[in-house]
Ligand binder design. Structure first.
Ligand SMILES: Cc1cc2nc3c(=O)[nH]c(=O)nc-3n(C[C@H](O)[C@H](O)[C@H](O)COP(=O)(O)OP(=O)(O)OC[C@H]3O[C@@H](n4cnc5c(N)ncnc54)[C@H](O)[C@@H]3O)c2cc1C
Length: 429
């Protein structure tokens, strides 16, 4: 199929932003060739993707193959990837603001494109870098894009989308992770400034970030009405990076503990209305959870494929490991589960772009993604035998990295509680 004439995407200048990475000619050729007639998934029959989605993914894949994957092992060993360098490359090509307003450097597309990007990021050969990219594009910035003032968007959103500023999200604290309402960090109004005291824990990209989307208590009111989201520059006096946390996985993503000691920030840095931070954060979580679930799909496909390849050539008892029914049946079962999860994510996304509240489906997708990622990486690692226990193969890294998905961004039990609320089965105190 040739490029669709009249496509909204093709009409926007932003189309050229991502095609410029590889050239419009390449895009046109690819768009006309990439359709495998026998595969309805890549034809016009796809549930949420068009040819433009596939072209966007191809373009991102080039960056992943050229600028990221060759260095992943080095960054994993160093415990940090160069966020400013990588975000500049991704931002210039338009990948950090796919659904963000064109006015602030975004591509102005709908959320299906974020899901396409999240799926493609799964081709990065670790979990840490996709996670950090997701924090920048889908976790620290949605509330700012939706509710922030023009001035704040110019100062923080635009440079984050362009890859000139690195963002982080400051919600979790030492004493408050699952129970977001119990955070202790305070922002007390003094004249036209807030004075901030407290601290944040587990801050992804926290040692490199230029600003934080900070959730803090701005009054003593009820816990769901006393919080605000504040854009906090990380170079202000009183912001201390206490330490870079050593972790089981996600090693190329730096994780910081941050303290605030009488940090003064203008009150105009509050996103939207003061006191609405908890609500904004809960809305922001919808995108965070859909994104997190979508970001592991491709990696799970890749792990299954690599396991098929390895077990096909590895012989035990005169037969390839793969030919043992327990192995190929198990891999088929896991691939089926991945496809079920993919369908749930696509359905939630399709409903979301029509303006529906998809909190329940997004929570189900996040829950299922966390559990399946653990199950799949564990099962596949087993079939690699001793090789699976080495650092030389992707499956062992994924086994460590994906353990986080059942904990971070709302643990499995938090997802279950949300689903129970929607099922009206959660006891009300
Ligand atoms: C690598 C990494 C990166 C992170 N990045 C960020 C970030 O950028 N920004 C940010 O704000 N946070 C971040 N987090 C924090 C993450 O979101 C929290 O770790 C998560 O919300 C869980 O909070 P907690 O660690 O305090 O666990 P706790 O709240 O202490 O929970 C412990 C356990 O209790 C169980 N539990 C929770 N609720 C229930 C329930 N209702 N019923 C039964 N059991 C329950 C769960 O098994 C849970 O794992 C990150 C964490 C990690 C490890």
């Amino acid at each position: 199929m040739a490029l669709r004439t009249g496509s909204v995407l093709l009409k926007t200048q932003n189309f050229y932003k991502f095609t410029s990475v590889v050239g419009v000619r390449w895009f046109a050729e690819k768009a006309s060739k990439s359709v495998a007639p026998s595969d309805p998934e890549t034809t016009g029959d796809h549930l949420i993707y068009t040819q433009e989605h596939f072209a966007l993914r191809e373009s991102l894949r080039k960056i992943i193959d050229q600028e990221i994957n060759p260095y992943v092992d080095q960054w994993e060993a160093e415990g940090k990837f160069p966020a400013h360098k990588i975000f500049k490359i991704l931002g210039t090509a338009g990948f950090l603001g796919v659904n963000k307003p064109v006015e602030y450097g975004g591509l102005g597309l709908d959320y299906t494109y974020n899901v396409a990007v999240a799926e493609e990021l799964g081709n990065i050969r670790c979990g840490g870098i996709p996670m950090a990219i997701g924090v920048q594009s889908d976790m620290a910035t949605p509330a700012l894009a939706r509710f922030g003032s023009h001035e704040l968007k110019e100062e923080f959103l635009l440079p984050s989308i362009m890859g000139d500023k690195v963002a982080c999200l400051g919600v979790s604290e030492v004493g408050a992770g699952s129970d977001v309402s119990s955070i202790k960090t305070k922002a007390v109004r003094k004249g036209d400034e807030y004075v901030i005291n407290g601290g944040k824990m587990w801050t992804t990209t926290g040692t490199q970030a230029d600003w934080m989307c900070l959730l803090a208590n701005t009054s003593d009111g009820p816990p769901h009405r006393n919080k605000s989201l504040i854009c906090l520059p990380m170079n202000l006096p009183g912001v201390h990076i206490a330490r870079k946390i050593d972790k089981l996985g996600m090693r190329s993503s730096d994780t910081a503990e941050v303290f605030f000691d009488d940090v003064r920030v203008p009150c105009k840095n509050v996103i939207g209305q003061e006191g609405m931070g908890f609500t904004y954060q809960m809305i922001q979580f919808q995108e965070e959870r859909l994104w997190a679930a979508a970001s592991v799909l491709t990696t799970m496909d890749n792990i299954i494929q690599e396991t098929v390849q390895y077990t096909r050539q590895r012989k035990i008892f005169k037969l390839p490991v793969l030919y043992h029914q327990a192995v190929h049946f198990r891999l088929a079962e896991l691939q089926t589960e991945v496809e079920l999860l993919r369908s749930l994510i696509y359905r939630a996304t399709a409903l979301y772009i029509k303006g529906n509240d998809v909190t329940k489906l997004a929570s189900m997708a996040k829950l299922k993604a966390g559990r399946l990622a653990r199950e799949l990486s564990d099962s596949c690692l087993q079939y690699w035998g001793g090789m699976g226990f080495t650092s030389d193969v992707l499956v062992s890294r994924v086994y460590r990295d994906f353990r986080l998905l059942s904990i971070g961004g709302g643990a499995d039990e938090v997802m279950l509680s949300i689903i129970c609320k929607y099922m009206d089965t959660l006891p009300k105190n």
